[in-house]
Design a protein around this ligand. Structure first.
Ligand SMILES: [Zn+2]
Length: 257
């Protein structure tokens, strides 16, 4: 971005959420003001990059599995710079004379997801509230918050929607994510009511998704394992979700099947 930032230096950075692929560059933007929701700032120091670097170098089966997801990332020497300014709900920023509206829509993907709206341009930056061509992963939930975030965006006057992953889209991309979440919520809830184990449910729903016209082409379909866990926790707060390592193992197992 050097050509652009020479004449227009970055003065404000928004972290949409606390995942490393969205905030580990904070230390590289000089004295720009970093802004996030308070929930995101709170989550940002939970997983130190050194732990991820160690997992990437680990020679055990867990390290092997971790590398299958994150082997392309270099987590060494990352200095986590926490946000300078936090907000709850909504915050309006002036960025180079232009209004940018931050709207907290989490917890959904993480504990504190934010979308950034540029009203005069009709643009929404969604962070990981949208995955296009890939499967949304609902780490925090509830799914209803994520569906509500989709409805909020569908009601906005916006033609250009920039997802956290995948190509730039429009409202059709929002509708696809909403449809996926609604489908998963319904399928997982029915299996929970029938007393089915969460991982068994995830495997069954993965097979249904693989065969479906609507969602069969989505990448990273193994994420259904995490999404079903989140639905089960919503329906039964006593439901115990396995640790992150086990969740990665399950995602890998579903994608290998
Ligand atoms: Zn991401």
């Amino acid at each position: 971005m050097a050509d652009a930032t020479r004449s227009a230096p970055i003065a404000t950075v928004v972290n949409t959420h606390a995942n490393g692929d969205h905030c580990y560059g904070n230390s590289l933007v000089g004295d720009a003001t970093i802004v996030s929701s308070a929930a995101t700032a709170g989550e940002m120091s939970e997983v130190p990059p050194a732990m991820l670097a160690a997992l990437n170098a680990d020679q055990s089966p867990v390290g092997e599995l971790f590398r299958s997801f994150f082997g392309d990332f270099d987590f060494d020497g990352i200095d986590v710079r926490l946000p300078d300014r936090t907000f709850e709900g909504r915050l309006e920023l002036d960025v180079g004379g232009r209004t940018v509206e931050l709207i907290e829509v989490g917890p959904a993907h993480t504990a504190g997801d934010t979308i950034a709206v540029v009203p005069d341009a009709g643009v929404i930056y969604t962070g990981d509230i949208l995955f296009i061509d890939g499967t949304p992963i609902v780490w925090a939930g509830p799914l209803s918050n994520w569906v509500a975030a989709c409805d909020l965006m569908l009601g906005m006057d916006a033609d250009t929607i920039v997802p956290g992953h995948g190509p730039v889209t429009d409202k059709s991309g929002v509708t696809e994510v909403r449809d996926y979440l609604t489908f998963v919520d319904g399928e997982a809830s029915a299996r929970h009511a029938a007393g089915m184990d969460a991982f068994d449910a995830a495997r069954e729903i993965a097979a249904a998704i693989g065969a479906s016209e609507d969602f069969g082409r989505l990448g990273e379909f193994g994420r259904i394992a995490v999404n079903v866990e989140t639905v089960y926790r919503q329906l039964d707060p006593g439901h115990e979700t396995p640790d992150v390592v086990e969740q990665f193992r399950r995602m890998a197992e579903i994608e290998r099947a």
